[in-house]
Design a protein around this ligand. Structure first.
Ligand code: UD1
Length: 476
């Protein structure tokens, strides 16, 4: 049991013949960690960190784009579906990925990492080998699932493989109530019996799952991932209607086809899956992170400058990039990515609303709002996906932004200047909007509680420093 209140430092070190992320507190390395300690040591290590930004620099150069977090997580969960090895290339080095690796290890997934990067901001991702030879535990406890919503998605694969699972109801970013009703609809359609017991979802299908027709009443990325993963190891055909079309769903579907499932309709809202009794191992490369791409593109549009985003693809975020162009930025394709420029011109106001893919992504809403705070006029941003995703508004106001909230809409009156201030990171995407605002602001901005950023942005400070930003992490 941890007893120190000092911050923990996480290190990747050799341990029992492999490499593991282990915490050191007050110089003592911990090799046995109870799950109840996990939240505490990670928070200790990260809540202390702050990010200091001196605004006003133009961004020039190139930034490598990492593998997509939102594909990496469900791809890791796909390892539960087979006793063979799943190799995932271009994995981003993120806190959420590390947390999920620990959760999967609890179920019996062997996990090793090769190809550690020579430089922190190198475009080469890490390669993960995941093998779930035997599932040793079908319970996903509250202490783990409450820390990352996507870990709830283990429910379907565990039932498909083992005939039962007991998974705590999820947590994650505090951006609304985020129900799980559609996940349960999907599991029932595949023949699972569902009970709720003490905050846990208990799912049983002693004879395994069977194909079925799943009709989603609302577009849900998570429920589509969960249904797709489970259906791949269910007997017979499953049809998913009103499926989410996010590129990460297509990436997972592609990996599942390599593992032996047959999936038609990839990229459309109707997916037809022929499940298999047994899935095989496979090797898959995670697609580039469109949210990271869009975030840096908006940072360049915000500060002015000329940056090449390497290793990404425009079609992953056409709507968001079109919006940037409408605000006065230039976006062009390069051989291996995209180039974003804004030289001299002011920022034009533009009203947008968030929509499921291919619409404007909710995960870029906060960043776009940061950009609009300096536009030469008024814009309106409507958030249609999550009901409580405006927590960045009060923090942006601390820098001098003028934003009025009314229901699901925010009206932003562009101001001539923002001024650096102390702000608090509230959720993952909101946090990075504060980074963009800090880069635009005069003087010093200090962002507290940056552990949210570490969940989804790999080497953020290094990548931004590399293109001329004045940004540094203050540890402890
Ligand atoms: C995923 C992404 C997240 C992104 C979101 C929307 C990952 C790891 N996370 O989250 O970054 O912001 O998609 O693009 O990929 N809903 C229900 N019932 C359900 C499930 C969802 O009503 O059973 C609702 C949610 O409350 C929300 C909407 O559906 O209003 C969309 O949520 P969903 O697409 O499921 O988001 P996540 O998968 O959690």
């Amino acid at each position: 049991m941890l007893s120190s209140d000092s911050p923990a430092v996480w290190e990747r070190v050799p341990w029992r013949g492999c490499r593991a992320m282990l915490p050191r507190v007050n110089g003592v390395r911990f090799t046995r960690i109870r799950s109840s300690d996990l939240g505490r040591i990670e928070l200790q290590g990260a809540t202390m960190d702050r990010i200091k930004i001196i605004g006003g620099q133009r961004l020039e150069g190139s930034i490598p784009i990492s593998g997509a977090k939102n594909a990496a997580l469900p791809l890791m969960i796909a390892a539960l579906l087979t006793s063979e090895r799943l190799t995932l290339k271009n994995m981003p080095n993120l806190a959420d990925v590390a947390i999920l690796a620990r959760i999967l290890r609890n179920h019996g997934v062997d996990h090793s990492i090769e190809g550690k990067r020579a430089q922190p901001a190198s475009p080469m991702g890490e390669t993960y080998h995941l093998t779930a030879r035997d599932i040793v535990d079908t319970t996903a406890p509250y202490e783990m699932v409450s820390r990352m919503r996507a870990s709830f998605w283990v429910l379907g694969p565990l039932v498909a493989r083992c005939g039962q699972a007991r998974v705590s109801m999820p947590g994650g970013c505090a951006i609304g109530t985020r129900p799980i009703d559609m996940h349960l609809v999907a599991m029932k359609a595949l023949g699972a019996e569902i009970d709720i017991d003490g905050g846990y979802i208990v799912a049983r299908a002693p004879k395994g799952l069977r194909g079925g027709r799943i009709i989603f009443t609302k577009v849900s990325v998570g429920a589509t991932h969960a249904a797709l993963l489970a259906a791949s190891l269910a007997r017979g055909e499953t049809v998913i209607e009103n499926a989410a079309r996010e590129p990460e769903i297509g990436d997972v579907a592609l990996c599942l086809t390599k593992m032996g499932a047959t999936i038609e309709g990839i990229g459309s809202s109707t997916l037809r899956i022929q499940g298999r009794d047994r899935l095989e191992g496979a090797t898959h490369t995670v697609l580039p992170d469109r949210i990271e791409t869009g975030t840096f593109a908006m940072a360049v549009a915000a500060t002015g400058g000329d940056v090449v985003l390497e290793g990404t693809r425009r079609h992953l975020l056409d709507t968001a990039l079109d919006a940037l162009v409408a605000t006065g930025a230039e976006v062009t394709d390069t051989e291996n990515g995209i180039r974003v420029r804004r030289n001299g011109k002011g920022i034009e106001p533009l009203s947008i609303e968030t929509q499921p893919f291919p619409g404007f992504p909710t995960d870029l809403q906060a960043q776009f709002m940061a950009l609009m705070t300096r536009a030469g006029g008024t814009s309106v941003i409507r958030e249609t996906i999550f009901e409580n995703r405006f927590m960045h508004v009060q923090e942006l106001a601390r820098l001098g932004a003028e934003i009025q909230l009314h229901g699901d809409a925010a009206t932003i009156k562009g101001v001539k200047r923002l001024t650096g201030a102390q702000v608090m990171a509230t959720d993952l995407r909101a946090s990075v909007s504060l980074v963009i605002a800090g880069l635009m602001a005069d003087g010093e901005t200090m962002i507290n509680r940056v552990y949210h950023l570490d969940r989804g942005f790999e080497h953020l400070e290094e990548k931004l420093t590399g293109v001329g930003a004045q940004i540094e992490r203050l540890t402890g």
